[in-house]
Design a protein around this ligand. Structure first.
Ligand SMILES: [Zn+2]
Length: 164
């Protein structure tokens, strides 16, 4: 049985569905039907505006976002699709926490739904640091259908790893 490294947290019957699509060579078709588009958020500047807009809409009271950028060093094998950090820096004699979000560069070429999903995920971490119930509730609030999108994103990652 092929291990599905991006889908290991999902129930066996769901993994089985993905294995079936894989075996039939239909993973690409599954994705193309549901996610035919590509977004145009191509620069770090555009990504920052994009994230800020989502934050203003849903998390007005969360701390300010200092930086949002694409990062090609995020290691997918460690399940890091995005990163959120609060880096403490001394500024004008005061300690200030800088809020940063890094998004794996592969999302540059992804469907708009996947970009939104990952940005929502990282923004939600500013309120809930763990992947607990409250965290997913917030994600689902910011992005209805969040769970399905995260599952499909993991299918997308599985597909990307296939010899093309
Ligand atoms: Zn997370």
């Amino acid at each position: 049985m092929t291990p599905l490294k991006y889908l290991q947290a999902y129930p066996a019957h769901l993994q089985e569905q993905v294995r079936k699509l894989l075996a039939e060579g239909r993973l690409g078709e599954y994705l193309h039907q549901r996610y035919p588009g590509r977004h145009d958020v191509q620069s770090d500047k555009a990504l920052y505006s994009y994230a800020l807009e989502l934050k203003q809409e849903h998390l007005r009271n969360a701390p300010n976002l200092d930086k949002v950028l694409y990062d090609n060093r995020l290691d997918l094998t460690h399940r890091a699709l995005g990163l959120h950090t609060a880096v403490s820096r001394v500024q004008g004699g005061k300690l200030k926490a800088k809020k940063e979000i890094r998004i794996a560069s592969l999302f540059k070429e992804a469907a708009p739904q996947f970009l939104r999903m990952i940005v929502v995920h990282e923004l939600a971490h500013f309120k809930e640091s763990d992947h607990n119930k409250a965290f997913y509730k917030l994600c689902e609030h910011m992005q209805p259908g969040y769970h399905q999108l995260e599952f499909d994103l993991r299918i997308y990652l599985t597909w990307r790893d296939l010899p093309q």
